[in-house]
Design a protein around this ligand. Structure first.
Ligand code: GDP
Length: 440
């Protein structure tokens, strides 16, 4: 997701790159482009308008700093404003410490990914030392209860359900059950409908009243764009929920929901779901998302996720090599192997600077790293360590050894070089404590 928006913003910054100063004229043009890019990404019109006004005002009011080019300054302002628009910082779950069990109520439309999210959240909480209980309060659809049970099994978390079609009883009995069996968090999966309807809302309201949840999370599918924002508004008016869970961010959602929802309902996005597997859940960090939109990838999330799932020793070595700018094709090959072990490939690919450009979109579903792997495997150790020695004849040998074309080898080498350059500028800036900005 966000590819289109990222490309358009990049083009806008490129146009500014040659300009010596910021003035009404070039800012006017840049703002017009940014406005179009945001509207094209399905960002709410009012949100877009305010965003552009804020950026313009900041850009024109900014002190001229000699070492910073106008393009860099605008990138920084846009990055800060995008971060602000999406809520500033990650807002954690609010679980009462003095009340056992804590209760999390999960609401949203049918098909939004609610049940899947409940299971993912249970897994996450369990990993953090909690003892969750999943409660099936979507009592009208036997399939929903069965799905929660299956997913509960997958994450090894108990699931409570009752036979009667009484959501309130299911939820309240679930809380009692949690006390009995020693669970400290209850996650209540409530009933969704295909569209907002009065019955669903009234039931959710009464659940809220009787359960007094510590946290109400509203789950919404990012793929439905502006409709997601409208639905969030309606749920918020009735439930005054605490946070939003955006799902299906691995799909080709244009990003409008992520960028508009916080502003429209004034509730933070707390989690994002990036795939169907139980590990495909991340905390939502507005600053990292902003950097990702600006095409810088997200090294921080990547390394964190790697640390959670992967061989820690290898990850540490990679981090050190990254910092020293020694990352070579051997490391890259190792990373690919590790990537394959981790949840959704597309989500991860988007986090690694440059990698999204190296792997064509259509290949992501089939995890088609094979040509890249074959090319790297056909290189000698020395070539992997110092790709710059790979001349024309070596390229031909590698292509024929890997069953690919010389153009494929050229492309891989070129993109690896770009990726390294980008990583090096990111690490440099991270080290100096500055916000991440591309150097032009
Ligand atoms: P519910 O009706 O709201 O409980 O939705 P489900 O949890 O049953 O999810 C509906 C469908 O969306 C299922 O096929 C899920 O596997 C899928 N799904 C849920 N979250 C994600 C996600 O983040 N990405 C993708 N691609 N699919 C998801």
């Amino acid at each position: 997701m966000f590819d289109n928006l990222s490309d358009k913003l990049e083009a806008t910054f490129k146009k500014l790159a040659g300009q010596a100063t910021i003035n009404e004229v070039n800012i006017g043009i840049a703002m017009r482009d940014i406005k179009r890019a945001l509207l094209g990404a399905d960002v709410n019109y009012k949100v877009t308008k305010k965003f552009v006004e804020d950026v313009r005002e900041k850009a024109l009011g900014e002190q001229v700093v000699k070492s910073v080019s106008p393009a860099q300054m605008i990138v920084k302002i846009v990055s800060d404003e995008l971060t602000e628009l999406m809520g500033g910082e990650n807002k954690p779950l609010n679980l009462a410490t003095n009340k056992l069990p804590a209760v999390i109520m999960v609401a949203g439309l049918q098909g939004s990914g609610k049940t899947t999210f409940c299971a993912k959240l249970a897994k996450r909480l369990k990993k953090n030392g909690k003892h969750p209980l999943l409660v099936a309060a979507d009592v009208y659809r036997p399939a929903a209860i069965a799905q929660l049970k299956t997913m509960g099994d997958q994450v090894d978390v108990p699931v409570f359900s009752i036979d009667a079609q009484d959501a309130l009883k299911a939820a309240l009995d679930g809380v009692d059950e949690a006390r009995k069996i020693g669970c400290d968090v209850v996650i209540v999966d409530t009933a969704g409908r295909l569209q907002v309807d009065e019955g669903m809302m009234a039931e959710a309201e009464s659940l809220k009243k009787q359960l007094s949840p510590d946290e109400i999370l509203f789950v919404v599918d990012a793929m439905i764009g502006q409709e997601a924002v409208n639905t969030a508004k309606v749920f918020n008016e009735r439930l005054d929920f605490d946070g939003v869970v955006l799902t299906k961010l691995d799909g080709d959602a244009r990003g409008g929901a992520a960028l508009s929802i916080k502003h429209v309902v004034d509730k933070p996005i707390k989690f994002m779901s990036v795939g169907e597997k139980v590990d495909d859940l991340d905390l939502f960090y507005p600053d990292r998302m902003a950097q990702r939109i600006l095409g810088m990838g997200d090294i921080v999330s990547f390394v964190e996720k790697a640390q959670e799932t992967l061989d820690l020793e290898k990850t540490r070595t990679m981090q050190t090599r990254l910092m020293k700018n020694e990352f070579d094709l051997n490391d890259f090959f190792d990373q690919l192997q590790q990537l394959k072990k981790m949840g959704s490939i597309q989500g991860l690919v988007e986090m690694v600077p440059g990698l999204n450009k190296m792997i064509p979109k259509q290949d992501l579903d089939g995890l088609d790293f094979k040509p890249i792997e074959a090319i790297i495997c056909s290189m000698t150790k020395a070539e992997r360590q110092a790709p710059e020695i790979i001349n024309g004849s070596r390229r031909m040998r590698i292509a024929s050894g890997s069953g690919t074309k010389v153009q494929d080898v050229n492309m891989l080498l070129k993109q690896f070089k770009e990726m390294k350059k980008m990583m090096s500028s990111v690490t440099k800036m991270t080290k100096s404590g500055r916000k991440i900005m591309p150097q032009n």
